[in-house]
Structures are given as structure tokens and as C-alpha cells.
Design a protein around this ligand. Structure first.
Ligand code: NAD
Length: 414
């Protein structure tokens, strides 16, 4: 996974003609911490897990990134995802670096009290390396607002009242309005920018969405609200399509009640594997890694892909799609709405001042619009695709901040 995530970095580094030693400096994590987490589980057994935190880069500010609880979590995964966070925070220009971490446990098969215990033990052992000015975790796969609340509480026992140590907290515990829908809203924002650039309106386009979880459902709701037709949606239970446009709020209510899109009567059922090659103008992959790969990329019909998920397009598929002239709005730009509102949450925590939802949304729309324009400008400057441009922009921003901190005998320009 680590090697694959570096493919796009090197493509952008080639555009900037970066020497090997600078690449190594930019890619190497600043610090990697591994801890043993031993708990007595609810059934009286002793359980041992591994906890990881990879802190990649803090040239632009405290490091920021999710905490994932998953049996497949390991140092390699954490390093690859920490790296991506550095570039993502730089693309949307929030004053953070990148980090990622987690525990190799499976909370879906654990009593909640065990999840609470492993979280407390993780914080107890990581308290010296995380904090509001060093490294600020957030929810990721299988962690949520509740877990963030536990982290804040545990950390505050050692450091005093510290709501800014984590983001994605419950609203009652210094969370932010608008955080839940933020990633989906950011997807809508960058699509709005792309359509405007092409002289199109939302009303003119049809959209297919893979995944109807946090990102997919909020993106679909907001895109439909702006007037586009959501003609197909797929999740792990199946697919549902309606050429006239699905009633997305009704679908959302159905999924809340039934756990998936399967059985929704407002459209025709289809096999969820067909969603990637659906006949539509815009495709929003918002579920899985590598959903678009070398075997289905050539059959993609959409002319715009907005990557709601992390890493939904493999490097081979990326090349095929670029050759076809498909506009790919890359993950490090398209799904950065979540980390942007996390930043707003942290700002509110530090200022001890609460913004209303309107303000959060307006600031997010502005940040995403500016980030899209900045990436577009770099794409124009070097005549490159939007993904490579996003990495070039990020590497420049991180590199310039790193260089501005030190004195070098040899001049390096970026
Ligand atoms: P989620 O768990 O809420 O939703 C995942 C969705 O994917 C579900 O609807 C599930 O049914 C669907 N899915 C699973 N297997 C599928 C399959 N085979 N075919 C079609 N759909 C399938 O997760 P989420 O928070 O919405 O995250 C989705 C993606 O977005 C992940 O890649 C995540 O890393 C990324 N992301 C999320 C956020 C965020 O704020 N939640 C921020 C940035 C990136």
C-alpha cells in the first residue's frame, strides 16, 4: 500500500524535478510510535492489541489524521495514510501536517466496554506525542464521535481541559456543527467548481454514486438539492437506479431504517458491481479503495469523477481515464471537506467560541472553491492532470514551509 501511494507523489516530484534526497525527506515520517495495548476484556480474558501512530510531517502545523480501529491496521497502512494527510491538508491550505494511526482490533465484534478500555490505554500511552499543538486525531474507519469524546476525556486527565486534542467530537462535547456532512459537502463544492468551469449547471447533469454511507449519502443529498439527477446509487447491499432521478431524501430514510439501499421501491434494482461503468455524466466513488481499476476503467462513461473515497482509482486506471479525457477531481482535494471542518472545530475549541452551521458551511464552501482554483491553476501552469497538480501544489506548499524554517548553504527552489 505504501509503495502505491507514492506513485502519485513521484509523478508530481518529477514535474518539479525534485532531487532524490528532497523526496526522501518529504516522504519519511517524522516519528512512528507503536504501543502494546493489553486489557482485561469483559469476559475476563486478557487481550493484547497493537496501537500505531505515524506522524508524517509538521512543516505547516500540528499533525492531523484519523484513528482507525481495524484488524488489518499496521504500520505500513498508517504510514501511507499519514503521508496522504500531509498532502491533503496542504491542498486545502489548513495549517496542519499529516498523521494517521489506529489499533488492530475489530470493534464490531467487541463489547463497547472493551473498545472504551483499548481507547483509554492507547491515549495513556500516546499522551506525550499527541496534543492540540502536536498531533490531533479524528474519527476514521470504525471510530466515531463517541470514541473521540473518550479520547478528549482521557487526555484531559493528564493535560487539563483540552478539547482541541481531537476533532469529530460529539456536539455536546465541543464538536462542530456541520462536521457530519462536511466531506459530502466538499464533494458537492468541487463538483460545483468543475461544472462552472465547463459552463454547465447542476440541472443538466446525471450522477451515479458508489457508497451511501457518510460521504456518499451527504454528497448525494446536497448534489440533488442543487438540481442534479442522482440516477444510480450502489452500496454493499446492492444498487438502485431511476433515470428520472432518485428521491434521495427518501432513499436516505430507507437506508437509515434498513441498513442499505436494497429493497428501496423508488427505483430498479441492479448489481452493485455495475455502478462504476454506469451511463452518467458524473461518477462519485465514495466507498472502496481501488474501485476503479485497469479492468473497468476503459468502460467508465462519466466525463467527471469526483473521488469521495480515499484511493478509489488505481494508478493504472488513472492513466487510462486521463487518456480518455475524463476529469478526475482527486481524493486529496475532493474529500478534504472533512479535515477542513475538523480544522474549524479545532479553531472553535481554541477560541472557546461556537460557530453556527451557516458559518461553518460558508467557510467550507469558500475553502473548497479556493482549493479547486489553486489546483486548476497549477494544472494549467504545467499542463498536467488535476491529481498530479494537487500533489505539485501540496509538495510546493509543504516544501516551502520546511525550507522557510531553516538556513541552507545551497539554495533550493520549489
Ligand atoms: P461509511 O462506512 O459511512 O460508508 C461506506 C459505504 O460504502 C457504505 O454505504 C457501504 O455500503 C458502501 N460499500 C461497501 N462495500 C461496497 C461495495 N462492494 N459496493 C458498493 N458500496 C459498498 O464510510 P464513509 O465515512 O462514507 O467513507 C467512505 C470513503 O470515504 C472511505 O474511503 C473513507 O476513507 C473516505 N473518506 C471519508 C471521510 C469522512 O469524513 N467520512 C473523509 C475523507 C475520506
Amino acid at each position: 500500500m505504501l509503495a502505491e501511494s507514492h506513485v502519485y507523489f513521484h509523478k508530481a516530484a518529477d514535474v518539479l524535478d525534485l532531487p532524490d534526497n528532497v523526496r526522501t525527506i518529504l516522504l519519511t515520517p517524522r516519528r512512528t510510535v507503536k504501543v502494546e495495548i493489553a486489557i482485561e476484556s469483559e469476559d475476563g480474558e486478557l487481550q493484547v492489541y497493537n496501537g500505531y501512530r505515524v506522524q508524517h510531517n509538521m512543516a505547516r502545523g500540528p499533525m492531523k489524521g484519523g484513528l482507525r480501529y481495524h484488524p488489518a491496521m499496521d504500520e505500513d497502512h498508517a504510514a501511507a495514510l499519514a503521508n496522504l494527510m500531509t498532502w491533503k491538508t496542504a491542498v486545502v491550505d489548513v495549517p496542519y501536517g499529516g498523521a494517521k494511526g489506529g489499533i488492530d482490533c475489530d470493534p464490531r465484534s467487541m463489547p463497547e466496554r472493551d473498545v472504551f478500555q483499548v481507547t483509554r490505554s492507547f491515549v495513556e500511552q500516546m499522551k506525550e506525542v499527541i496534543g492540540p499543538t502536536t498531533d490531533i486525531p479524528a474519527p476514521d474507519v470504525n471510530t466515531n464521535a463517541k470514541v473521540m469524546g473518550w479520547i478528549m476525556n482521557e487526555y484531559s486527565k493528564y493535560a487539563g481541559f483540552s478539547p482541541g486534542v481531537v476533532t469529530g467530537k460529539p456536539l455536546e462535547l465541543f464538536g462542530s456543527e456541520g462536521r457530519d456532512a462536511a466531506t459530502g459537502r466538499g464533494v458537492m463544492d468541487v463538483l460545483a467548481a468543475a461544472l462552472e468551469e465547463q459552463g454547465k449547471s447542476f440541472e443538466e447533469v446525471t450522477v451515479a454514486v458508489q457508497g451511501f454511507g457518510n460521504v456518499g449519502s451527504n454528497a448525494a443529498l446536497l448534489i440533488a438539492e442543487r438540481g442534479a439527477k442522482i440516477i444510480a446509487v450502489a452500496d454493499h447491499t446492492g444498487g438502485v437506479a431511476n433515470e428520472k432521478g432518485l428521491d434521495v431524501p427518501a432513499l436516505d430514510a430507507w437506508v437509515d431504517e434498513h441498513g442499505g439501499v436494497k429493497g428501496f421501491s423508488g427505483g430498479e434494482a441492479f448489481d452493485n458491481s455495475e455502478i462504476i461503468t454506469w451511463d452518467c455524466d458524473v461518477l462519485v466513488p465514495a466507498a472502496l479503495e481501488a474501485a476503479i481499476h485497469k479492468d473497468n476503467a476503459a468502460d467508465v462513461k462519466a466525463s467527471i469523477i469526483v473521488e469521495g473515497a480515499n484511493g478509489p482509482t488505481t494508478p493504472e486506471a488513472d492513466e487510462i481515464l486521463n487518456k480518455k479525457g475524463v476529469l478526475i477531481i482527486p481524493d486529496i482535494l475532493a474529500n478534504a471537506g472533512g479535515v477542513t471542518v475538523s480544522y474549524f472545530e479545532w479553531v472553535q475549541n481554541i477560541q472557546q467560541f461556537r460557530w453556527d452551521e451557516e458559518r461553518v458551511n460558508a467557510e467550507l464552501d469558500k475553502k473548497m472553491g479556493r482549493a479547486y482554483s489553486a489546483v486548476r491553476e497549477v494544472a494549467g501552469e504545467f499542463d498536467i492532470d488535476m491529481r498530479t497538480a494537487a500533489f505539485v501544489l501540496a509538495i510546493r506548499r509543504v516544501g516551502k514551509a520546511a525550507l522557510a524554517r531553516i538556513h541552507l548553504k545551497t539554495e533550493l527552489t520549489l
